[in-house]
Structures are given as structure tokens and as C-alpha cells.
Design a protein around this ligand. Sequence first.
Ligand code: FEO
Ligand code: CA
Ligand code: CA
Ligand code: CA
Length: 727
Amino acid sequence: MTEQTPYHEEQELDNNTSANTHFNDILDQYISRRDLIKRTTNGALALALASTVTGYANAQSSTVQKSTSPTAKRPEKLTFQPVAKNTLDIVTVPEGYQVNVLYKLGDSINPAYADWDDNSIPSGPSFQFRSGDCHDGMHYFGLNSKTKHMDDNISSEGLLVMNHEYINPTFLHPKGPTKVNGHRPEDEVIRETNVHGVSIIHIKKDPKTQHVSVLKDSVFNRRITATTPMDFSGPAKGSSLLSTLFSPKGLQTRGTHNNCGNGYTPWGTYLTTEENFIGYFQRDAKDDEQRQPHEVAALKRYGLKAGSSSKYEWDTAIGQIQSQDLYDRWKANVTASNSNQDYRNGPNTFGWMVEIDPFNIKHNPVKRTAMGRFAHEDSACRVVDGAPLAFYMGDDSRGEYIYKFVSDAKWNPKDTNAGYKAGDKYLDKGTLYVAKFNQDGSGQWIELTYGKNGLDITNKRYPFSSQADVVTFARLAADSVGATKMDRPEWCTVHPENGEVYVTLTNNSNRGIDYPTDAANPRSYEDLYAGKKLQKGNVNGHIIRFKEKNDQTTDTEFQWDIYLFGAEAGMASNINLSGLTDNNDFSSPDGMAFDSRGILWLETDDSAYTDVTNCMMLAAIPGHVGDGTKAVSSNGQETIVGAKINDDNLRRFLVGPKECEITGIAMTPDNKAIFVNIQHPGEESASFDKPSSHWPATQADPSNSTARPRSATIVITRKDGGLIAGE
Ligand code: FEO
Ligand code: CA
Ligand code: CA
Ligand code: CA
């Protein structure tokens, strides 16, 4: 037995070698410094925006959050005691709050299956009925126990739906991941594919104590894994690009994986994303020779060069429990005369937004191809009654883009609980756009439609011959229309009061190096980790926000500023541009969502500031686009920054255990329970018998020094049963 060869994720990063040199575009559109100062410091812009905000609030309905929740008021300021930065091996929360560990890796969701045991790890197949690993994006759907449908006013019973992004193989298997004579053992591979995907768990909350528990015998409890059959829908359905041996007509595929951030729809379904999907495939060194040049270019643009090995080497398993075909499908090679006889197109069947109706236990999940194919991180829907829906989405890799999908159909609240039928109506027909951020704070949504903006057979990036081509190779389409290369777009969220959209840009070690800075990605600086390791580029990340020009979901122009810059409190003021203090400094924003009241919850997935503090969650009460002024970063780049924050409107709410990421945000409609995911505690452990974290066992017993670390969902409530972050 040998340890599995480590996978190098670098192959998935920095694949945007397009020549859409946004820098030149920005110079072309550069407006004079004097003009910029005039527009941002004399208040004209702020005033104009303020009036449209009011207009919006009066004239239009609301975002998802507002329309679906009781009307708790947003507090004027944050009053909980800020949690101090720390490197403890527990989840720390403010005084008066309590943490319960709800759902851990391996927990059984079916009474027929015994619970996880650190010393006797259950079989691979049993994980179809157990919690997956690396919990990530998450949403709470209130459940009406009579109708068995969603009810947004119910906090006492609901379906909690969450992603399991990837795995920490060190602790998933009895003795870590192994390989025998060049093959991954099948039981390990089945365990790994089963702990990917999505969980749907039925929960109850006691209205008096606020205690939350999982109903282990509910029919709603189920797992969607990297093997579950899925249907395609939208423009790429039936395309030869999706044709495989499994589904020669390109109508179906098996599984979803690397599900990171999430979204949800106003009709009550969950959206799961397929982020770093590409690394699960293997390609032979000589496979390029079997393919057309445009096929090779597309594979490279998505990070799957010839000779790539697969992340977990599922392709090496020998099928004795399951069919061999389930392992062969991870080899993306031309091995037959036609694409319907091999898995050369396997990678094209991932990278989509996937719709799951948690209330419909029979129907296959649906991959909604109209929303484009890229490293989907998250999505946020802006809902205005009677108007087309807008879904904002990020592509998380260095130098990738922000997208918007606008439905053709106008939102009709009567479609609530219409499940996949509503999905067919709103998610299959619409327009995909990509964002271009200009130096002066304006921006454009550029349409990615076959036959428009040069997206046709003559295109130099890719010879597009249909909308199926455009959505399947959305990155190539976006390259050719000059979209702005961003610092790794992660989560998106919509302000429930004014419809403004926030996007986390987690960091970019390459900004100011291969990617020139620009106003929307302005910082490039150096920082020391643990006094030794030099970190470069946009080390700590930032959060950009924008407002559609006329407050319409269909607008093709917007106004932006940078709401918040991550930084260490002690950094120079031209790096710490938001004025963070010890009560709220953070690095690498990732998870982010507004609650129904307009409190913004912000989570970190960091490795730049972890010499000082573990990853964290903060609460914020932001203002609006244009409430700040211009600024110049340490590297001399001009930008537009929101109002400086203070302790009243940004505070640290939680710090996680060692080596974890904090992610996933869900709240019951009564705002009395907030769910958070603790992903991969102890991730840097040397081996299965030397864990560097013992969480979640440490939450009950901080002295525990033996337990395996496990990703888990926690629920935080107030000891007095009050509102989370309420006054
Ligand atoms: Fe899965 Fe972009 O974090
Ligand atoms: Ca540092
Ligand atoms: Ca993420
Ligand atoms: Ca991340």
C-alpha cells in the first residue's frame, strides 16, 4: 500500500490566457481624474443613487430574501461582543450564544445504518445514506408538514440542503487514501464518490428552546452523489458536445461534484454549483493528437491539458462492486471512432448549475445549461414580481469572470412550489451576460448569445456554431467580448432592501504580476506569513458591489464600487483601505449572504492570515453603492471604495477550529437559528494518525486529543432564544 500521489491544483488555475487586455480597454475609457473626483466627492453620485434606491424600494417588490421571510427589522447597529481572533481548536461565538454540532461527516440519515465510528469507518456504499464530507453552500427551506411543500414562514420544521464540496481523504478512510498496484481500492473510491454531492436533511427546531435536531427516519432525507443520474436541460441538451457512451444523445450524465457555493430559487428549489470539476478527469499525453484544434483549445481553457492526472484517481479503480464504466468515465480520452462510444466529452457534462427540488424525491436533478459552463461558485437571484429574474454568478479561478443570467419569463409568485416545471420556465430560456468593469465606476453586461458580439463561426477563440457551443464554452465566449478578469469571484448575494449585488473576490496571488491591476481589482502588495513566507498580489481579497443602472434585472449597464477590502488591522492605510480594526479584520472573503433583515454574513477561506487567526465569520450592515469615495492603493492604482466601516457595522461573530474554512450560511425565517458549515478542520494534518485538529469532538471536550477531525454543520442560537445579531 502506498499513499496516493498528491494532485496539483495549479493545473486548474491561471487558464485565462486570453488577449482581452482589459487594461487597454480601461485606458480607452478612462475618464479624467478631475471628473472622477467631481462625481464621487461632491455627493452628486451618492445623491443620484440614493434617489434610485428609494425609487426601487417603493416601486418594485423585493429580492428573494425579503419576499419570502417575515418582516424582522434590521438592527441599527451590531451589539454582540466581537469574537477575538484566535487559533483555538473550537468554534468560538459571542457571549450569550451557543453552538450545537448538527451534522458531521459520516452521520447516518437512515435508521438502518449505524453511526460513524472513528475506529471502524463504514463501508463505501453505506455513504449513500450518510453525511458527505467538506460541507459547503447551504439553504434552509421551511416545510409545511401537511402539504409537504415549502413554506417560507415555517421555522420549526424544514429541509436543510447543503453541498459537500470535496474530500479530506486523510480522515475519510481507515488509514488514509491508498493505492494498490497502481489502482485505488474500489471501496475507497465508492466512499469518495458518495461523500461528494449534496445532502438533504429534515430538521426540527423547538420553538421554545430553539434546539435543532435531525429527523433520522424522514423520507426527505437523501443524498445526491457523484454517481446520481442527472438530466440536461436548456440549449446544450442533446448537443453532440454532451454525447457520451452513457448517454449517446447528450441528454443525461451521472453525478455532480465539487459543489461549492449554492443558490436557491423563489419557487423553492436548490441550486448547486460545479466548481473545480475539471481536476477529476484524466487525459492521456497523446490525446491531443486525436482531436480537432478547437477541441484542444477548449480543454486547455478549462484546465485539462493532455497528460493531466485526475485529482483522486477514480479512473484507476477496478469494478467488482460497481460497473467498470463508472470508473472509466473519468478518462477523457478519444478511444473510439465516435464520441457516443467513449468519454472524451465527460468533462463537458460538468461545470454546470444544477437544480435540485428537495421536496421531489423522485425526479432526477437537472443541469441547467443556459446558465453557462465554468467553475461555478455560487448564484444569487434578484426577484422582482412581474420582471425577469436575474441570477448573478461567479467563476472562481484567478482572472475569471462574473456572469448574469436573465430569464425570458417574468416572475409570477404563483409559480412558488412548481418545482422542476418552474425551472424549465425560468432557467432554460434567457440571456447569459458577462461583466465588464470600467475604470470610472460604470460597467456593462455583455451578451453571450450565438450570432451576437462576434460569437459565431468566425470567432478566433472558438468557432461557435450554436448557443450550445456558447454556453458549453462560456469562458471562451466571455474572453472574446472583453470581459474583466477578476480576483477569483466566489459568492454573490443581493441586498434585500435595495437590490444591489455583492460579490466576494477572495484573493489573487497573481494580481499585479501576470494580471495588471485595474480599478475593480486594484491592490497588489506584499505581506509576510508567520514573519517568513512572502505573499504577493491581492493577498487578502475584497468585495465588489454593483447596482443595475435603472434598477432593472434586465439592465445592461451598472455602477460599482468596492464595499470592503480584506486586510490585517496593522497594515498601511493604503492597503487597509476600509479601515479594519482588531474587531473586524479578516482575509480571503468567500461565503457571503444577506439575511432577510439586511445583515450581511461574511465567511473566510483563508491561508494568508492563519498565522494569526483561524477562519471566521463576520456580520455587517453595509450602506450602498457610492457611499464612499475614490482611493489610491499602495501600488498607485486608483479605485472607488465604499464608506469606511466601523465597529458598529462590521464585527467578528465567529472563529472556527484549526485549519478549517468557514462556509455555508442558512437561517430560519424567524432569525433565531443560523446554520454554518465548518469545512475540513485539520486539513494540513501529516497523516490519519496525527490529526492537527480534533474538532468537532473538542467542541464538547476541548481536551480531546484523539478524535478524527470531521467537517460538520453547526447551528448557533442565543441562550435566551432571541434574534441572531438582534438588539
Ligand atoms: Fe470552492 Fe471557490 O471555493
Ligand atoms: Ca501577514
Ligand atoms: Ca468557496
Ligand atoms: Ca475559496
